[in-house]
Ligand binder design. Sequence first.
Ligand SMILES: O=C(O)CCC(=O)C(=O)O
Length: 310
Amino acid sequence: MSVLAPEAPLRDLSAEEVDAFHRDGAIRISGVFPSEWVTRLSEGVDFVLDNPSILARATASHASGRGTGDAFMWKTHQTFHDFVFTSPAARIAQQLLRSRTVNAFYDQIFAKPKATGQPTPFHEDASSFPIEGGQVVAIWIALDPCGPESAALKVVRGSHEWDTAGAPMTSSLMHSMMKGGKGTAAEAPAPAPARHDVVEWDEKDLLAWDLVPGDAVAFNPAALHGATGTGPERDRRAFCSRWLGDGVTFQPDRGVLPMLWDPAIEPGDPMGGPLFPRVLPTIDEAVREWRPQEPDQERVDRFVQAIRRV
Ligand SMILES: O=C(O)CCC(=O)C(=O)O
């Protein structure tokens, strides 16, 4: 029997931090991840970037050189599996969401090589998720020093409460989550029509911080977020894990992309099972016997076709 269990963070979040997360849609969190986790994540991210997965290769916008991202690494790499089930992240999510239960949703790498100047356009993620329920938090961890003008994540204060679904989105479709698993790409839904031609905000409403490795931005994925490109000095690597709290159910028809693995739950079910496992209060039986598992080629092909349509 496995003894996996999330560690306690180095400190609990204060009531002010949790209130600010709910009010503003994002906060910076410092001093919660032990340095060992920052080192392990950095090494894990470098490994993944140097050895792109079947998914990363299939979705890469350019075929050569070091990768720039990947998703669901916890399904394929021990380091990210361990992070999901044994790091303090689940307990931080539990505090932020004021939730009894916490499920892993998905993890993702965002790497920007130095001097790319390539910004991340502002967008929201929540409207493409295959779920019902607002108990969602993204924990974006900086693995390199960054700031407002050097590709740290920026979030538009309070925008998690705006009606921005269908607002102009980033071209980085790895944000999007998944639809069904049973349908074919030809059946994948057309993107939602834009309800806003332009979503505007004031510079003064941007939440942006100087971050050192191990600092995190915890944000509501319904909030608009983006980043500048990198400067000439250094790459900017970030690791984002997303978490669900009480009451969230599986609604695959709301998702944008097909599932890369069988979720083994039905529409309307509480989140759980081998793809969106419960982590707190106890770890889902479905993942106690974990082994790395690449998605099969047929699912990857369906996923890539759907990405091209969105
Ligand atoms: O790191 C970035 O540039 C974008 C991150 C993002 O969009 C996300 O974490 O959802």
